[in-house]
Design a protein around this ligand. Structure first.
Ligand code: HEC
Length: 124
């Protein structure tokens, strides 16, 4: 019976290790990407902010890259209609991959642009 404290101690240590081993605090598990909301996508609420964050540093002003402006609805609608917007952001063959010299837009932003194009690129 004099081994009981040692056994108890070993048991507690084991439980402590098991406990830390079972604790998953991973962002992907706690906040899955299903939070990508592609409902009610309009230029004003969704597309304009994406263009502003990833495109307009080059595609706005008096001398936009490639002569392509992307900072008003009418400007983006032109590139939506001619297929170049999707060609560029989806890195399709025969289009320059955009954002130039930057990482491809994330899956959620691409899904939003795709949805917006599919529903006829509404303004607001
Ligand atoms: C760092 C500057 C820069 C950024 C940021 C940028 N572009 Fe461009 N873009 C260019 C340049 C320069 C060209 C001309 C083609 C080339 O040099 O590859 C171009 C070309 C394009 C074209 C024409 C592609 C073709 O092959 O017809 C489209 C459409 C386009 N950009 C859209 C976008 C979109 C949408 C974004 C944001 C997601 C973006 N660009 C971000 C510089 C940029």
């Amino acid at each position: 019976m004099k081994n009981i404290p040692i056994i108890l101690f070993a048991f507690l240590i084991t439980m402590a290790f098991l406990n830390t081993g079972c604790y998953y605090d991973k962002a992907e598990i706690l906040y899955p990407e299903t939070v990508c909301d592609t409902a009610a996508i309009k230029y004003s609420n969704t597309i304009a902010p994406v263009m502003s964050s990833f495109c307009n540093s080059c595609h706005s002003g008096n001398t936009p890259s490639a002569g392509i402006k992307l900072d008003t609805y009418n400007d983006v609608a032109i590139q939506a209609a001619n297929g170049r917007l999707w060609g560029a952001v989806s890195h399709s063959n025969n289009y320059s991959a955009m954002p130039k010299n930057g990482p491809k837009l994330n899956t959620c932003n691409l899904a939003k642009i795709k949805k917006w194009l599919d529903v006829g690129y509404p303004n607001n």
